[in-house]
Design a protein around this ligand. Structure first.
Ligand SMILES: *[C@@H]1O[C@H](CO)[C@@H](O)[C@H](O)[C@H]1NC(C)=O
Length: 221
């Protein structure tokens, strides 16, 4: 069995902080030497830096980035970014010879299922992430598909790949996540892997690094 791990980590919604992270705010204002920039330009830089993992931990997006973030998500660029990432993953996959039980792993959160509806209601991340409210939203099971990921998913299935979904959601979200995936058009998969609470109680180093990685793709991309 070969494992093709693509966390088709499409397009981060700018506002997806790592929980418990240290930085309160990203200093948008440079002290000297950089000149004036428009919010639009600054916030595009912020977004790029987040996606490149140069900004790793933040709790809220800068206030002046609310409108630019909204414009980015609702405009053509977000869909296009998602398309490009999915295309690249598909090109890679389509060049492989597919064997029985070859699997393709998708991260769910904001890659397969969009969490934008939650963020739309909460200032696109200018409000601090609230786990209780997010859970309530997740439990509705209404998250829509990212359309470009759904296309890619269907193409990968027709190439013969088996699909595994992975999410930073906890195990108690199994039923709602399954129902939500189906509702959004993801009708089949080999396995859905959710997070065990006990991971957090373990000092095993692999688990720790597992969690560390989760911080920036599972809950963030
Ligand atoms: C999250 O939202 C709930 C409901 O509005 C509120 O009671 C709670 O204090 C919030 N938690 C944090 C950490 O802000």
């Amino acid at each position: 069995m070969k494992l093709f791990v693509f966390f088709v980590a499409a397009v981060v919604l700018v506002a997806w902080p790592c929980h418990g992270a240290g930085y309160q705010r990203f200093p948008l204002r440079m002290k000297t030497g950089y000149g004036e920039r428009s919010s639009e330009v600054k916030c595009a830089s912020f977004r790029l830096a987040v996606e490149a993992h140069n900004i790793r931990a933040f709790k809220t997006i800068p206030e002046e980035c609310v409108e630019p973030t909204k414009d980015y998500i609702n405009g053509e660029q977000f869909r296009s970014d998602s398309k490009t990432v999915n295309q690249q993953a598909f090109f890679y996959a389509s060049e492989r010879e597919v064997h029985h039980n070859d699997i393709f792993i998708f991260g769910i959160d904001n890659t397969v299922l969009s969490n934008i509806p939650y963020y739309e209601k909460h200032g696109y991340g200018v409000e601090e992430f609230n786990e209780t409210l997010y859970d309530e939203w997740v439990n509705k099971g209404d998250a829509p598909a990212l359309p470009e990921t759904l296309k890619n998913y269907n193409k990968l299935l027709s190439l013969g790949f088996k699909i595994v979904f992975l999410s930073g959601r906890y195990l108690d979200k199994m039923a709602v996540t399954e129902a939500n995936l189906k509702k959004a058009g993801f009708h089949t998969w080999e396995q859905l892997i959710l997070k065990y609470v006990s991971f957090f109680l373990s000092i095993d180093i692999t688990y720790l690094s597992f969690i560390y990685n989760k911080c920036c793709w599972l809950t963030s991309h």
